[in-house]
Design a protein around this ligand. Structure first.
Ligand code: FAD
Length: 308
């Protein structure tokens, strides 16, 4: 059995594994895809102290750093069930789709999240070539350019306000007849001179020239007419889904949005089970934050171990 079993191999899981292993305790990491969302990213310019890197490069660096230590890395393992210890200081079990079951005194859940996609033609083809999901990450790449933000909830309107300060022009596109964001955010958005808002519009296609985005086609839902916006970037803000569905049957408490609730040491509602990164309620989903939270959860787990 492990002392610490980390589920997930993104920035949070990697940091947790390094911090745990440095305590000289038996540490394992099981992940569906080591590297996590970082693998889907091109330019990364906000990982503090690294002015510029690329996703696959950072993912390899995370894995190499973990491999400096005696950590059991189990890649291509998808967790499907968590069975918490029945008694205090007992072993928690994590079940995998391969049929394998791993046991550990503490578990750190770091299964991350995924952006909800529009599922329209061109979205995949132009991902990272004009189609973006993270305004904090990619906003500065569109300085002086025209962008659309898809989604009029809080995250879409926040993104549009944020981007309006960086890019030349923002068009916010909402499917329903009204924006769903908080009134104070809507008011702020409407006060900005370089923002247009289009409601009751369905995104139909990402247009491009073969190498990058050149526009967006949408359907005016009032008239069913197809219309086109000429622009260089599209920020999709229709939701970030935590990878926590597999915990729904477990006693680990999830928020209304399905995120794992953690305390200030990263512990969940189940003693000895910790969580870190995008899968948790901790706001602002970023690599540097996931790394810090992963380190914190590992230290929390170690603290828990020496007391039980
Ligand atoms: P993830 O990176 O999502 O890793 C989750 C891990 O868990 C993966 O290994 C996954 O395979 C595994 N997993 C999931 N479910 C299971 C399961 N059931 N069983 C086992 N393993 C499982 N952030 C920045 O700071 N700067 C940027 O420039 C930036 N750009 C981004 C660009 C894109 C396109 C995307 C999608 C995200 C970007 N982000 C950026 C956000 C950043 O990638 C995330 O905040 C960060 O990766 C979160 O780390 P994490 O470890 O919590 O989760």
């Amino acid at each position: 059995a492990f002392d610490v079993l980390v589920v997930g191999g993104g920035p949070a899981g990697a940091a947790a594994a390094i911090y745990a292993a440095r305590k000289g305790i038996r540490t394992g990491v099981a992940a569906e895809r080591f590297g996590g969302q970082v693998l889907d990213t091109m330019a990364i310019e906000n990982f503090v102290s690294v002015p510029h890197t690329e996703g696959p490069k950072l993912a390899a660096a995370l894995e190499n750093h973990v491999r400096e230590y005696e950590v059991d890395i189990m890649n291509l393992q998808r967790a499907v069930k968590l069975v918490p210890a029945q008694e205090e200081a007992g072993l928690h079990q994590v079940h995998f789709d391969s049929g394998a079951v791993l046991r550990s005194k503490t578990v750190i859940l770091a299964t991350g999240a995924r952006w909800r996609e529009m599922n329209v033609p061109g979205e995949q083809k132009y991902r990272a070539r004009g189609v973006a999901y993270c305004p904090h990450c990619d906003g500065p790449l569109y300085k002086g350019k025209r962008v659309a933000v898809i989604g009029g909830g809080n995250s879409g309107v926040e993104a549009a306000i944020d981007l309006a300060g960086v890019v030349a022009h923002v068009t916010l596109v909402e499917f329903m007849t009204e924006l769903r964001a908080d009134a104070v955010l809507q008011k702020k958005l409407r006060s900005l001179p370089n923002v247009d808002i289009i409601t009751h519009a369905q995104t139909m296609e990402v247009n491009g020239d073969g190498s990058k985005v050149t526009g967006l086609t949408y359907k005016d839902r009032d008239t069913d007419a197809l219309k086109r916006l000429d622009l260089e970037g599209i920020f999709v803000q229709i939701g970030l889904v935590p990878n926590a569905e597999w915990l729904q049957e477990s006693p680990v408490a999830l928020s209304q949005r399905g995120e794992i609730q953690v305390d200030d040491r990263g512990m969940t509602s189940v003693p000895g089970v910790f969580a870190a990164g995008d899968v948790t309620t901790v706001p602002y989903k970023q690599i540097v934050i996931a790394v810090g939270e992963g380190a914190k959860a590992a230290l929390g787990a170690f603290d828990h171990l020496i007391r039980h």
